[in-house]
Write a protein that binds this ligand. Structure first.
Ligand code: ADP
Ligand code: MG
Length: 330
């Protein structure tokens, strides 16, 4: 690289807005600049750790706006903290770049800064190498000791909820994989759904101790509820009519004259980053009271049952056959 790795780090990563604030330095005595970052964990907390890689032309188009790529890279990682009910603490960033293009780095750094400010999760270290464009982020979060929100404690009779409205990110992917740019006024909403998903951090933190299981639906609602079903040894029945489909998806599908695909997208499309969760019936009142204070739409979509499969039922209780929508990541 023409510019030294040290200059890149100084200009785009080791700067106020990205690195810990003075208050955050209490838990992070050492950030970027030494051989390791150092965390000082409160004795009553567990450290939650998760990592996701985004590879150019696999997880996003190479030509995409670097600001949006950065937002997405951090959002998908924060979503895993949300699904555990963890409070964001800090993240590290491993960047593989074909060349040191300053305008790209500028945009990328700004995108990170926006997310860092919103979610109070500073950058504390990383690595830069020359190679095909790829971004790996490892997030660190804090959990109260002994209070784990996992995938394995759903029980028959529990209620199943999902946050947000589904299908827009999946629709964005299918349009992009057909070569469509989303950078136009009438597709901006889809672009945002894909690149700027909202990690449900506050929701995750407030349902610890109330929900019996939770997961972020990055692989799609049915597939990820399948993980809860498998790890909790239960079945799940969804009510097709209750599945919240994003308005933008409904509109798009009605202009295409095809209504079933909207439901299909909502049930199967990945890259959603909403939370699906289960709540015991005797916790429902407390759950509704707690989550009513948050600005997060929640929809009751089904029940945990005895069994092992995730089914989606129509009004008559018949299982709906789920066709996959036929798109893949790029
Ligand atoms: P080392 O040779 O010990 O691996 P580096 O030269 O790779 O150290 O990094 C120097 C410092 O800059 C380290 O503190 C490292 O964590 C940080 N760093 C390197 N790349 C990044 C990055 N992409 N984002 C944030 N910090 C980084
Ligand atoms: Mg290094």
């Amino acid at each position: 690289m023409a510019v030294s790795e040290f200059d890149l780090i100084k200009d785009y990563f080791n700067k106020p807005g990205l690195t810990p604030t003075p208050e955050q330095y209490v838990r992070i005595p050492l950030g970027i600049g030494d051989d390791c970052a150092v965390l000082d964990l409160p004795p009553e907390k567990f450290l939650a750790v998760s990592m996701d890689t985004l590879v150019a032309d696999v997880h996003f188009p190479t030509q995409a706006d670097p600001n949006l790529i950065a937002q997405r890279a951090l959002a998908v990682n924060l979503s895993d903290l949300a699904a555990m009910g963890a409070e964001p603490l800090a993240f590290t960033l491993a960047l593989s770049l074909p060349k040191a293009e300053e305008s790209w780095l500028q945009g990328f750094s700004l995108g990170l800064e926006q997310m860092i400010q919103t979610y109070h999760c500073p950058l504390i270290g990383g690595d830069i190498t020359k190679g095909p464009l790829s971004i790996t982020i490892q997030v660190h979060g804090l959990l109260d000791k002994g209070k784990l929100l996992t995938r394995k404690d759903a029980k028959p009779g529990d209620l199943v909820y999902v946050s947000g409205a589904l299908g827009a990110a999946g629709l964005a992917i299918s349009l992009m994989s057909n070569g469509m740019s989303l950078d136009k006024p009438d597709t901006k909403e889809l672009q945002a759904a894909y690149y700027q998903p909202l990690p449900r951090i506050t929701l995750g933190q407030s349902i610890v101790g109330l929900a019996s299981a939770a997961i972020d639906i990055s692989d799609g609602l049915m597939a990820d509820l399948g993980h809860i079903a498998q790890q909790s040894s239960v079945g799940i029945e969804l009510n097709a009519k209750a599945i919240p489909i994003a308005l933008v998806v409904k509109k798009f599908m009605s202009t295409m004259g095809d209504k079933t695909k909207g439901l299909n997208l909502a049930l199967t499309a990945g890259d959603e980053y909403e939370l699906a969760l289960t709540v015991a019936e005797d916790q429902q009142e407390e759950f509704l009271k707690t989550t009513a204070k948050l600005d997060v739409p929640l929809t009751l979509i089904g029940r945990v049952v005895k069994g092992s499969r995730v089914k989606c039922l129509d009004n008559d209780g018949h299982e709906i056959e789920i066709k996959t929508f036929g798109y893949r990541h790029f």
